[in-house]
Design a protein around this ligand. Structure first.
Ligand code: PAF
Length: 281
């Protein structure tokens, strides 16, 4: 496996492979890799000739009071996982390499970034859209792989790629969960043991929402009510939002008539969890 840190070296590597017609797959990450990332890498290896993993804790997608400085950084372990998984290139640029002196361009996706995570984390999706645009332009993958865990991000990235003609197929892979249903996330490391025991309640709430829909409840408000009831069983958990939405526009649904996505975010102490479930009728 080759580790590339410089932007020109990354561009040169992908340019050369492009000329040879090699199909490149990109898994973009912020590191602290876990089984969810491993599944993305494996999926990429199945359908691409060469796999690039990017590891960059992107300062532009963190708000001022957020966890940029304490975000888990474990580059050696991440490199070892990538090597074991047969990754061809681990791209680990510095902040200065990605945002060179004088950098002042930003990519903003409008409506899709307005609600949910976008509302609670102002500027977050501009940071995501900007860095994803840069990574796709540099690595020029035929396919880029994202986790469903960040549902809003995946919808927004699809839109971005289409709007800016970035020319990559976007594959969204299922959320990988722990034995008790908790969606894997690099931030799960922040949970204390009691918080970790309480954390699966968010997924249980989403499951209750799905059960309600499958049993014939159609009003969005009733479905969110069913989810809230489950969250209320865990006094340590504070709901940020629970919503029943159109999976393409992410607008809330007053009535569920076909496929819906249940979106949830909640806090346990200072740790914020997000999760989602797609319900097909
Ligand atoms: O999902 C993530 O880890 C990040 O938002 C991403 C896509 C790597 C952009 O920094």
């Amino acid at each position: 496996m080759r580790i590339i840190r410089s932007v020109p070296a990354m561009a040169a590597w992908s340019g050369a492979l492009h000329r040879e017609g090699v199909a490149i797959g990109l898994v973009s990450t912020m590191g602290a890799l876990h089984a969810g990332h491993r599944a993305l890498i494996r999926r990429a290896r199945l359908s691409c000739d060469a796999v690039v993993v990017s590891l960059f804790v992107n300062p532009r997608q963190f708000g001022s009071g957020e966890d940029f400085f304490r975000y888990p950084r474990q580059a050696r372990a991440d490199a070892a996982l990538c090597r074991t998984e047969g990754v061809d290139v681990l791209f680990m640029p510095s902040r200065e390499a990605m945002y060179q002196r004088g950098f002042q361009t930003s990519v903003a996706v409008r409506n899709l970034a307005r609600r949910w995570e976008g509302e609670r984390r102002p500027g977050h999706f501009d940071g995501v859209a900007t860095v994803v645009t840069k990574l796709l332009s540099l690595v020029r993958p035929g396919t880029a792989f994202f986790g469903q865990k960040d549902f809003q991000q995946s919808v927004l990235v699809r839109r971005l790629v289409e709007d800016l003609n970035l020319g990559a197929d976007i594959v969204v892979c299922p959320t990988v969960r722990d034995h008790d249903g908790l969606a894997l996330s690099s931030r799960n490391q922040y949970l204390t043991p009691p918080q970790r025991r309480a954390a699966p309640v968010l997924y249980e709430a989403l499951q209750a929402g799905r059960t309600a829909i499958l049993r014939g409840i159609r009003f969005g408000l009733e479905v969110t009510g069913a989810m809230r009831k489950v969250i209320a069983t865990e006094p340590r958990m504070r709901v940020d939002y629970l919503a029943v939405c159109n999976p393409e526009t992410l607008e809330p649904l007053a009535r569920v008539t076909k496929t819906a996505v249940l979106l949830g975010a909640a806090r346990l102490g200072r740790v914020r969890l997000i999760d989602n479930l797609v319900v097909k009728m």
